[in-house]
Design a binder for this molecule. Structure first.
Ligand code: AMP
Ligand code: ZN
Length: 115
């Protein structure tokens, strides 16, 4: 838990969210400013600034998050038509919250490349 980190507060339930999925290691909840009809954030409960800061001992955690995203997407009704998973990293990647998070976006056809 890092002081003044909004996602740590969400993970600790200091800030309430409507979790769509949660386990010992991660929590998935709707993005407050959705960029698609369905826009979830999947965060580790452990504070990691971004993937650049993930340590070797976080490898299993990262694998667990990626392995759980299909389950979360299925719960959110995104499995049939598909979805996009995005990790923004630092300024050029568009990262605004420095607690690692995976965006899961769907519910519409999305173009490529991103802007
Ligand atoms: P990023 O720009 O990749 O760092 O994504 C951060 C995301 O967190 C943005 O899409 C924000 O809309 C979202 N966000 C920020 N605060 C909250 C919050 N309290 N609850 C849900 N989503 C949030
Ligand atoms: Zn945090």
């Amino acid at each position: 838990m890092q002081e003044d980190c909004i996602f740590c507060k969400i993970a600790a339930k200091t800030i309430p969210v409507n979790a769509v999925y949660e386990d010992e290691y991660l929590i998935a909840f709707p993005d407050i400013k959705p960029a698609a009809p369905v826009h979830l954030l999947v965060i580790p409960k452990k504070h990691i600034d971004n993937i650049l800061e993930a340590a070797p001992e976080d490898t299993a955690l990262l694998g667990h998050i990626l392995a759980t995203i299909p389950k979360i997407a299925t719960i959110a009704g995104l499995a049939e038509d598909g979805f996009r998973t995005v990790i923004n990293t630092k300024d050029n990647g568009g990262q605004t919250v420095y607690h690692l998070h995976f965006h899961v976006l769907g519910g519409k056809f999305m173009t490529w490349p991103p802007g």
